[in-house]
Design a protein around this ligand. Sequence first.
Ligand SMILES: *Cc1c(COP(=O)(O)O)cnc(C)c1O
Length: 420
Amino acid sequence: MNYENTAAYATKMDAQDPLRSYRERFHLPMQKDGTPYIYLCGNSLGLQPKTTRQYIEQELLDWEKLGVEGHFHARNPWMPYHEFLTQAMANVVGAKPEEVVVMNTLSVNLHLMMVSFYQPDNQRFKILIESDAFPSDRYAVESQIRFHGYDVQEALLEIRPRKEEELVRMEDLEVLLEREGDKIALIMLGGVNYYTGQAFDFKKITELGHAYGCKVGFDLAHAAGNLDLQLHDSGMDFAVWCTYKYLNSGPGSLGGCFVHQQHACADLPRFAGWWGHNKNTRFNMRHNFDPMPGAEGWQLSNPPILSLAAIRASLDIFEEVGMKKLNEKSRNLTSYLEFLLENINNKNIRIITPRDTTQRGCQLSIQVKNADKSLFENITEKGVIADWREPDVIRVAPVPLYNSYMDVWRFVEVLKECLD
Ligand SMILES: *Cc1c(COP(=O)(O)O)cnc(C)c1O
């Protein structure tokens, strides 16, 4: 692409963007003067689709009119409501429908998956994570290690970028596995690192892990709705993600969970609840737990319908667009951002996210030398919502569904002003 650093060029790119009309389908947060913010924070909380209210109101109305009867007689009956999301969610992550379920929240699902896929014994008891894993993931993993009676010092392994580097190298992972593979019970990595924006090669890591007899799972919080995922083909054992980031389902909304087909009927240890029980006999209230095959068998409770309704509103948009077109625009939009940042020609800023577009999603993490949070506060004051991570990184995520080339161009203009 021959990008140009002008407002006219950004305007032209927006006019040619086949997805440009989708921006209109979202509520853009407004500044005090009534102009919308440049919102580049969809990696933290996605924007609200304008249809979300209507999807939720439908369920409020049916509850109002029908009470408990809504479980069977609501327009969208609540009993099987989560099933209405399954195909669309499977499409977003490249899975078979029986491999995915929307339930609980991310950290809860991570625990449930580790109950099933972290089965340590004295030969093989280690868990491999990234040295800069998301704090919640680290807490969850450490607590599982302790729960099984192992010592975190001994059992927690970290893959760390080399000195003076930010990104994990595949060859270092290979060396680590060669050394420790037969002691690793579980490899649990972030699909896209929340800090650096680095995306891993799921298939390669899964094959490598499996070759050493490890189970392999990924936290896809920053990958679901962002990357072109092929979870089934990757062969990974499990994955978890949230839906309030790139999947625009609202704060604290439910998470997604993937269990590979090969485990659909496996007799794995698990924490059970009635919603995971065979739905044909669930209400017989029998004593023996009879899990549904596939990911649904890991459900615990009857799910919050209002939250499912919000996810459904968003997934309907993803169904309409398709991940292919989103990814195409995403690559262009983020490459444009990269081009403009390089054009700033300021030695103090550096993109730490991989330059290879197959190793990243839409997010770029920009390190600003000698900066403190006041730089970021200035940017916010000038109408940009992005994200600051201590000590010196600004994360920006142009989201192909609702961000424009003009958003990207204006953000870089603001950044330039604030750097000067
Ligand atoms: C956002 C995020 C979480 C959040 O977990 P919740 O249980 O939804 O609060 C966890 N892990 C990663 C990597 C995240 O990016």
